[in-house]
Design a protein around this ligand. Structure first.
Ligand code: ASP
Length: 382
């Protein structure tokens, strides 16, 4: 209960009373703005020197999440994701219009725990349409943090443009004291406007850091310092719009990706199963019976699991189900043919990809092939 999000919730009750007392209904108004002028914001000073015509045109696509969240009611403990609209988010950030020429549209307004294939396909289609236009230089997607990494990696694999795509969320709702959303959005727009963001694949900007979609993962349930890239570290840092880049990603993405969702209305079902001591194979059978075409195992250690689970998976591989061994551990690679003979059993080793990212890649891989050798090659290249 001593986490930042829960502490913020307690403080929000007091703030909520003030808002209500002033006759401001959180759901109907813009989130509170941060005080400050362009003088306080180094990034803005730099951007402010540019004429409006020189600024990048950035389209903000909003999907909901805590960044657009408000407390449910003044006395309430929790909060509601996606209470504010995209216009409210833009209005809440001082001087954002000096960083880029902004327009916004609402693609969805959900907590990202409800993110699904239909919204992904809509988002991918819209992002590709926008980036194909000479009028749009970059896209920023506002999103809940729970599945931020999955949406980012999905877009990384299916966006056909080298223009910047930046996802941003927040850990505290817009009505919280010290809400992190406005600063994160400011930095996200600054990164999206940075000429050096081009060709880096889809990025996540949060808590003054820039991460690549492929490497990043949420590591803490409530702390603002939750997104990390455990195996490789961040792609850069950004302080009040001042962007500094680190090394470029060597894996394929966006314009080099072989995956496409053009014309697709659905994606194949891929389930994740969590390995543990005494793991029984029943859930594996159940997933396949219920229509899973691919399975990702969040294995113990280096993608391990019990012998009955291994035997059951090998049986399903023979019938065309693609099985990827990932790990429930936060870092490290799952190695091929290390403790488990993947060649013999027909499994795919996930390498650096965690179970959630492995699921995204396998969904797209299954649009192309059921051959585990081809899927293994994809896991090595993306
Ligand atoms: N449950 C929220 C979401 O993912 C959490 C957040 O945004 O931080 O939409």
């Amino acid at each position: 209960m001593n986490s930042s999000k829960n502490t913020a919730r307690g403080l929000m009750c007091a703030l909520g009373l003030l808002l209500t007392g002033a006759g401001i209904a959180a759901q109907e108004s813009a989130p509170p703005t941060n005080p400050g002028s362009s003088k306080d914001l180094p990034g803005t000073q730099e951007a402010g020197a540019r004429s409006p015509e020189e600024l990048a045109s950035v389209r903000i696509l909003a999907t909901g999440g805590t960044i657009a969240g408000a407390q449910a009611n003044p006395q309430g403990y929790g909060y509601k994701s996606g209470a504010f609209k995209v216009e409210d988010l833009i209005k809440a950030v001082p001087n954002l219009d000096k960083v880029a020429k902004l327009t916004g549209e609402q693609v969805a307004n959900i907590g990202s725990q409800d993110m699904n294939d239909a919204v992904w396909l809509k988002l991918a289609k819209r992002t590709n349409e926008l980036l194909a236009s000479p009028e749009v230089d970059a896209v920023v997607v506002t999103h809940g943090t729970d599945t931020l990494e999955e949406t980012a990696y999905f877009l990384d694999l299916v966006v056909k443009s080298d223009k910047p795509v930046v996802l941003v969320g927040s850990m505290r709702p817009a009505t919280a004291i010290s809400a992190d959303g406005p600063a994160n959005l400011y930095n996200a727009v600054a990164v999206a406007s940075s000429p050096e963001a081009k060709g880096r694949g889809v990025l996540i900007v949060i808590n003054d850091e820039i991460h690549t979609a492929r490497n990043v993962t949420k590591t803490n349930t409530t702390n603002v310092e939750t997104f990390r890239s455990p195996n490789r570290g961040p792609a850069g840092v950004v302080n009040t719009g001042d962007v500094h880049w680190f090394e470029r990603m060597d894996k394929k993405h966006t314009v080099d990706s072989e995956f496409s969702v053009t014309g697709k209305n659905t994606l194949p079902r891929v389930d994740i199963l969590y390995a543990h001591a005494n793991m029984s194979p029943d859930l594996i059978d159940s997933a396949v019976k219920n229509g899973a075409k691919g399975l990702v195992i969040a294995g113990v250690g280096d993608g391990n699991m019990t012998q009955p689970a291994l035997d059951t998976l090998a049986r399903h591989v023979k019938k065309g189900v693609v099985v990827v061994r990932s790990t429930r551990l936060p870092s490290g690679l799952v190695l091929r043919n290390n403790e488990i003979n993947d060649d013999q059993k027909g499994f795919v080793a996930s390498g650096e990809l965690n179970p959630a990212k492995s699921r995204v890649l396998l969904q797209l891989a299954l649009l192309e092939t059921k051959d585990p050798n081809r899927v293994q090659r994809m896991f090595e290249e993306y």
